[in-house]
Design a binder for this molecule. Structure first.
Ligand code: DX5
Ligand code: ZN
Length: 219
């Protein structure tokens, strides 16, 4: 079994001091930093882009797990690679040619993630599973932090885990949205090995992010 990793989403951090928040996450035991990029078009919310990510790069050596919720995504991929992303995750609905976008991310020397919305079936990415590094399973509709976990996605995690084991593939299974101390066990047992969390990490236990990261890893 792969080691469980936590990727805190800075969407729930104090945006007036993101650099300091990232340092705090590193000290608290985060394995990577989840950066939610939203364009107010693919999703109904707007966050940050390459210039901000570039300035944040100076605050930590942890991998930047960049989740692009922007459409069209292809022409912007290079900007995020240059800004310091380590993993670049895109949604199939946001590109005209998924195969080509995957290749583009690889040629930039970055890890490739593909994200599945709650209603998107695994069929869309089956042919790419032997080439990509990560599948990001959305357990809420993308756009906002603090939403309620959609339990139906647990079956999708199991389905992917089965394919991964059967075909001996190496991709990570990451889950994003509404993760808390109860459903964390559920998704880990279903096969997820990376958990994204914003609200639970920053707001639970009076913002004790170290304790919250540790608790999310416990099965
Ligand atoms: C939703 C984002 C998530 C979100 C997670 O569109 O992709 O990463 O910030 O936040 P919580 O843990 O609050 O659901
Ligand atoms: Zn995300």
């Amino acid at each position: 079994m792969k080691k469980i990793q936590i990727s805190p989403s800075i969407l729930a951090a104090d945006f007036s001091q993101l650099g300091i928040e990232i340092k705090r996450l590193e000290k608290a035991g985060a394995d990577m930093i989840h950066v939610d990029v939203m364009d107010g078009h693919f999703v109904p919310n707007l966050t940050i882009g390459p210039p901000v990510i570039k300035t944040l790069r100076n605050y930590t050596k942890l991998p930047f797990d960049v989740h692009l919720m922007i459409k069209p995504v292809h022409k912007y991929i290079k900007d995020y690679a240059e800004a310091g992303a380590d993993i670049i995750t895109i949604h199939p609905e946001a590109t005209e040619d998924l195969k080509n976008s995957i290749k583009h991310i690889q040629e930039l020397g970055k890890k490739v993630g593909i994200s599945l919305n709650p209603e998107t079936k695994t069929d869309v990415i089956k042919e790419f599973l032997n080439q990509i590094d990560l599948v990001l399973i959305m357990s809420v509709h993308p756009g906002f932090g603090g939403q309620k976990f959609i339990p139906e996605v647990v079956n999708k995690i199991k389905e992917l885990k089965n394919i991964q084991s059967k075909e001996n593939l190496r991709f990570d299974i990451e889950v994003d949205g509404g993760i808390d101390f109860n459903n964390s066990k559920l998704v880990i047992n279903a096969g997820a090995n990376i958990l994204v969390s914003g609200t639970t990490i920053f707001k639970n236990n009076n913002g004790d992010i170290k304790k919250n990261i540790e608790t999310l890893k416990l099965i």
